[in-house]
Design a protein around this ligand. Structure first.
Ligand code: GLN
Length: 475
């Protein structure tokens, strides 16, 4: 499906005057229209995009520096605050909301000349694994329109898989970049927690929220990460980027120097046979390329999902408290006093999944149950962190599937929250620990993409990308 050149080539050609940013924006907008039936985006930022493109073209004509991403069109998940359109997080309660400032990640991309053309669909507030929890509409999987694209960054992943734009931004709180990337057959990267500023991104669970790119290949992932990563005074949890940056030189990593651990707990029961075969096939290729591969066990991993669905709703319930109908977003006009305004605005503005998480979250944080649930979950979380740290004493990266299945049918799990939650079983642990992790296309099972997940050591983003690049070349 791929027509866009590599991101760095696009920028080079724009800077040399061979390509015009304005034409690239028109191409991306036309692509959007041609692929409308997949419903990848909520709003198009055409006017602002065209303005920015003509400014960029004028700058190039005057011999100015148009940036490392000159003229490169992109899409951001609609939980990024951005100019040019409303910022809704696919939730009715934010339907009228216009961002007063932009997310740091978007600012950094724009400073290098990238051009935002649209805001993509997501599960409302990023709660979900299929994009079916969007309050607006369901995005369709590019490989099979009757299936989900995954979630919650389903719109971004589908847009890249459809080649509407060369890259998109997503957020990953429990797997929302990697899982849809796996389902749509593209590359999805979740950096180390804190490597990319969360400023201007609508909070889901603040201790696990991470921002990252969805692309078609590793070079593009590295090019985008290199620009958005690093300290930001607007987010005190941010960390310095690697002193070498993240741009990958050709063959900077040899697989025969790599020690790779296959996560036993992820290759166990519940894994779809077709997925297992693709992952086994990929692992065999890595072996024949000389990688040193052995099985590794992280015994607490099977608990990660339960831990996540305590910690995450706890933080969600706190982060969603600000939507009270008074400060921004939807406010119910029939309310007669302040309390009924809070109640009615929240009742009408939030969808079922947000309400479910608020209820679970406030329950596990309540004085009677805090010790039994929240505190215990945090204890197990610490255990997961130390098991990962131990494993990285011996291994460079850990691998396994991104998801236990390929993309499921639209409607299949939407009324069964527990089975929906199970689709995150292999992604949540890296969010609980903060480790960087990536999903790359590993092959097809019954014509649907299977994602190979690689997890790296804390702050080892560069190493993870280098090894993954070597894997990409092989697969
Ligand atoms: N699917 C997971 C959830 O519903 C993860 C969501 C995310 O990463 N934003 O919580």
């Amino acid at each position: 499906m791929s027509n866009w050149p590599a991101i760095s080539d696009i920028a080079k050609q724009v800077k040399s005057g061979k390509l015009k940013a304005s034409d690239l924006v028109e191409t991306a907008l036309k692509n959007l229209e041609a692929k409308q039936e997949y419903q990848t985006v909520i709003e198009i930022t055409a006017e602002r995009a065209r303005e920015r493109a003509s400014k960029s073209d004028a700058l190039v004509a005057q011999g100015g520096e148009a940036g490392r991403l000159a003229g490169v069109p992109f899409i951001a998940k609609d939980n990024f605050l951005a100019y040019g359109a409303k910022t809704t997080a696919s939730s009715n309660i934010l339907k009228p909301f216009e961002a007063p400032y932009q997310a740091t990640a978007i600012e950094r991309l724009e400073a290098e000349g990238a051009i935002l053309i649209a805001k993509s669909n997501l599960d409302a507030f990023a709660h979900g694994s299929s994009t079916e929890n969007s309050d607006f509409f369901v995005t369709k999987n590019p490989h099979d329109k009757t299936r989900v694209p995954g979630g919650s960054s389903g719109g971004s992943a589908a847009a890249v898989a459809l080649d509407i734009v060369p890259f998109a931004l997503g957020t990953d709180t429990g797997g929302s970049i990697r899982q849809p990337a796996g389902f749509c057959g593209v590359v999805g990267y979740k950096p180390t927690y804190g490597l990319v500023s969360r400023s201007g991104v609508i909070a889901m669970a603040s201790s696990t929220d991470v921002i990252g790119p969805i692309t078609r290949n590793l070079d593009d992932t590295a090019a985008i990460l290199d620009i958005i990563a690093g300290r930001d005074e607007l987010d005190s949890t941010t960390i310095e980027k690697d002193s070498k940056g993240y741009q990958l030189s050709t063959s900077s990593y040899q697989l025969n120097a790599a020690k790779i651990g296959i996560i036993r707990e992820y290759m166990a029961e519940g894994l779809e046979l077709g997925v297992k075969q693709v992952i086994d096939g990929a692992v065999n290729k890595l072996k024949s390329a000389g990688a040193e591969i052995s099985e590794v066990s992280l015994p607490s991993l099977p608990l990660a999902l339960a831990v996540y669905y305590i910690v995450c709703p706890a933080e969600v319930s706190s982060n969603l408290a600000r939507y009270d109908g008074q400060r921004y977003g939807y406010s119910e006009q029939s309310a007669t006093d302040l309390l009924s305004s809070y109640e009615l605005s929240r009742e009408k503005g939030f969808g079922a999944e947000a309400k479910r998480r608020i209820m679970i979250g406030t329950y596990v944080l309540s004085s009677g149950y805090y010790d039994a649930y929240y505190k215990k979950a945090q204890t197990v979380r610490t255990k997961i962190i130390s098991e990962f740290a131990d494993a990285f004493e011996k291994y460079d990266v850990l691998v396994g599937p991104t998801s236990p299945t390929t993309a499921f049918k639209i409607g299949e799990k939407v009324n069964d929250p527990l089975s929906m939650y199970l689709s995150d079983i292999m992604t949540v642990a890296a969010n609980m620990s903060g480790n960087p992790a990536i999903s790359i296309p590993a092959g097809l099972s019954s014509e649907l993409p299977v994602g190979l997940q690689l997890i790296g050591p804390m702050k080892g983003d560069r190493k993870l990308l280098e090894i993954t690049k070597a894997c990409e070349e092989l697969l």
